[in-house]
Design a binder for this molecule. Structure first.
Ligand code: ZN
Length: 286
């Protein structure tokens, strides 16, 4: 097995950003990542859902690379066929098409796709045998709707636009034009500005995607993601992995994704293992 070292980008809490947005803690890391490159590397694109809308723009490609493992979910799970949902109605139509289950876990009511919930319950049962518990971090740790992400996005975009107008990097007219767009239309516009280092993270010194998930892009919309309260416990992480739940968003430490396959299948599907902070992240091998 060949081991590559690459330098990490200072990713800070991508997919769970709705929870972690005010705490830079969970994610911060600067150490080199170890990429485990296996000869079994599969074809990520080949294994995407039938009819998947492969993004043709830079923003879409970036989001596929950062959040895309969920699109390979197996085990009866139904992943989305697009990288960005357009609006609340688009999300509701997708979520309503799914077989879903609700449960109260750790005192919180959560909703997931049924295969993901069943696997989670099996993991919880295994954990209990080992004297451990597995539960959600908060009330919004599983399913999320489109509108939940919109407010947070605006809380980065609007102050950012004002800041960069003040710095003379963009005109007031350009800022007004972007403000007038729908959140869906804003995503590529903001990422385009960031190519010129006009950053929109809360700290204004890095990409917004490391600060909040752009509207319509959170894995939680797919109902195949869970932010786990006991994410620091390596035994909990191992039990979750045995039941098809893996970490797939670099640096987002509490965030787990239901992929529904054994670990040995992940590379064949087209994912690669990136080891960081003692954790294995499975990310698109693209
Ligand atoms: Zn999350």
């Amino acid at each position: 097995m060949k081991v590559l070292f690459i330098f990490s980008i200072a990713l800070a809490g991508i997919g769970c950003l709705e929870i972690g947005a005010n705490s830079n803690n969970v994610a911060a890391k600067q150490a080199p990542e170890t990429v485990m490159e296996t000869p079994l590397s599969g074809d990520f694109h080949k294994n995407l859902p039938k009819g998947f809308e492969d993004p043709v723009d830079d923003a879409g490609r970036l989001l596929l690379r950062e959040y895309g493992a969920v699109f390979l979910a197996r085990g009866g799970a139904i992943p989305p066929k697009k990288v960005v949902f357009r609006d609340e109605a688009d999300v509701v139509a997708f979520q309503d098409s799914l077989e879903r289950s609700t449960a109260v876990i750790g005192g919180l009511r959560i909703e997931l796709q049924t295969p993901a919930m069943n696997a989670l319950k099996e993991a919880i049962a295994d954990a209990e045998k080992a004297g451990l518990s597995i539960g959600p971090r908060g009330a919004d740790s599983a399913k999320r709707g489109y509108n939940q992400t919109v407010g947070l996005w605006a809380s980065r975009v609007n102050p950012g636009l004002a800041h960069w107008v003040g710095k003379g990097r963009i005109t007031q007219a350009e800022a007004n034009r972007i403000r007038s767009l729908s959140p869906y239309q804003q995503v590529p516009e903001i990422l385009r500005l960031e190519r010129d280092e006009i950053w929109f993270a809360k700290t204004l010194n890095k990409s917004i995607i490391y600060s909040v998930a752009p509207p319509g892009t959170s894995q939680h919309i797919s109902m195949l993601a869970l932010d786990v309260k006991e994410f620091e416990n390596s035994k909990v992480r191992a039990i979750l992995a045995e039941h098809g739940w893996y970490q797939t968003v670099l640096s987002d430490l509490p965030h787990f994704t239901f992929l529904g396959v054994k670990k040995t299948e992940l590379a064949k599907l087209g994912l690669k293992e990136v080891v960081n902070s003692g954790r294995s992240f499975w990310v698109p091998n693209i």
